[in-house]
Design a protein around this ligand. Structure first.
Ligand SMILES: [Zn+2]
Length: 244
């Protein structure tokens, strides 16, 4: 069994061994988002709802996958593999937690906050033009597109590779070739999404130069952990260049 497939198996086993409280809930907001996604009002009693909650956590989130497939016009046959490869790119728990929330569509957007009556508007706070959905904020917002264009151009200069500028690449990484999945390029795309998420929280415009500073800091954290864990060989395989 290849190491990636072994990781997927371990990941799935871990999921099956979960207790009733999902490990990814780190706040009350997580719980509210999760319960909203299950439409808890349609269950007749709490026992039926609880059973559904536990099932939802233990099984593949089919509804989430279907929603992504419809939005991205992309086939998610390798859902578990793609997620595990993304989680393997970083050692930082806060980044992994962010990814989990994004992939499972539980990051609050203006669209969601407006729907539940928390926000007065569903319009994107960056461009003030369109409804802020996950896809709009991370991929299609004109303000964010400027950021991605600069990032992809810089990546091309660093690696000589032309990464297709597509929403599924931005959201889930460049997954065409298995060997490339755990690569510096995918780490950079992943951390860029985390940067955009932090900007959103602080209501700040994303700036590529600011992101490069952040990337350098996080790259150094990864290098330090890999050095400590004696994983320098893997680190070198992952990184064809060092972000400056
Ligand atoms: Zn926008």
């Amino acid at each position: 069994m290849s190491s990636i497939h072994a990781d997927v198996k371990n990941f799935e086993e871990e999921q099956m061994n979960e207790t009733s409280i999902p490990w990814m809930w780190t706040s009350l907001e997580d719980m509210v988002n999760f319960l909203s996604s299950l439409e808890y009002l349609k269950y007749s009693n709490s026992k039926a709802f609880y059973r559904q909650c536990v099932m939802k956590v233990k099984t593949k989130p089919e509804r989430v996958i279907k929603k992504w497939e419809d939005e991205l016009h992309w086939d998610f046959e390798e859902w578990s593999e793609i997620l595990v490869c993304n989680y393997k790119l970083t050692h930082e728990t806060k980044v992994k937690t962010f990814l989990f929330k994004l992939f499972h569509r539980v990051l609050p957007t203006q669209e969601f906050l407006f729907k539940v009556g928390i926000s007065e508007t569903d319009v994107c706070r960056l461009c003030h033009e369109e409804i802020e959905t996950l896809l709009h904020y991370f991929c299609f917002c004109p303000v964010v597109t400027i950021f991605w264009t600069e990032l992809f151009q810089w990546l091309r200069e660093q690696t000589g590779e032309t990464i297709p500028f597509e929403s599924h690449v931005i959201l889930f990484g460049y997954n065409e070739i298995l060997d490339q999945r755990i690569s510096g390029t995918n780490y950079i795309i992943l951390l860029a999404k985390y940067y955009l998420y932090l900007c959103k929280h602080k209501s700040l415009y994303p700036l590529f130069e600011e992101y490069r500073v952040m990337l350098k800091e996080h790259y150094n954290i990864e290098l330090k952990i890999n050095t400590k864990n004696n994983h320098l060989k893997q680190h070198k395989l992952m990184w064809s260049f060092e972000p400056e």
